[in-house]
Design a protein around this ligand. Structure first.
Ligand code: ADP
Length: 187
């Protein structure tokens, strides 16, 4: 199964990934985690990405696409049950690039799970989380970038018939149950 998780920062995508991995045997590809690892290891890529991440801006297209391209080809071989993307794609250019990549290896997406959570709730969650880029100014910028660049993907995937909306409020178990209902139907 090939899944994309879509939703604002703080909408709870990361919280649900472990349960999805365990139940469906997919592997997760989280560009934010991959980028933070590059920054922590102080690689050339990490050094380029860092200022964008600290400002809450999108890291340039070529950096992210390079990471995804390398990863996906290998994943198709090592993880036949599929993958789940968290934090990618984040704008239309990335979505179109992903479609092309997946078409080339004959592995189209099965579903896009859109985590729907209200703006005020998101700000509250992010302020409580306390990651390095979770200060008030960066949060508002990340949310602005989300609205401008990522939210249009809701339409993009709706038109492709791939979007399923998950109500992102309630307990972790309740949200997990909503996700299972959708994915069991597809699996
Ligand atoms: P969040 O949980 O807040 O959505 P992520 O861990 O997904 O955060 O991403 C953190 C930061 O990493 C983003 O603000 C952005 O700077 C960078 N980033 C992650 N994924 C991408 C991507 N697909 N394209 C560009 N930048 C990205």
């Amino acid at each position: 199964m090939r899944i994309v998780l879509l939703g604002a920062p703080g909408s709870g995508k990361g919280t649900q990934t472990d349960a999805i991995i365990q139940r469906y045997g997919v592997v997760t590809v989280a560009t934010g985690d991959l980028l933070r690892a590059e920054v922590a290891a102080d690689t050339a890529l990490g050094q380029r990405a860092k200022p964008f991440m600290e400002a809450g801006e999108l890291v340039p297209f070529d950096i992210v696409l390079g990471m995804i391209e390398n990863g996906l080809q290998a994943l198709a071989r090592t993880h036949p049950k599929g993958f789940m993307m968290d934090g990618f794609p984040r704008d239309l250019a990335q979505a179109e690039a992903l479609d092309k990549l997946l078409a080339k290896i004959n592995q189209p997406l099965d579903v896009v799970l859109f985590f729907e959570v209200r703006y005020e709730e998101i700000v509250k969650r992010l302020l409580g989380r306390g990651r390095a880029d979770d200060n008030e100014e960066t949060i508002h910028n990340r949310l602005r970038v989300y609205e401008e660049k990522t939210a249009p993907l809701i339409d993009y995937y709706t038109r492709k018939g791939l979007l399923r909306t998950i109500k992102g409020t309630g307990s972790i178990e309740e949200i997990g149950e909503r996700i299972r209902a959708v994915l069991d139907e597809i699996a």
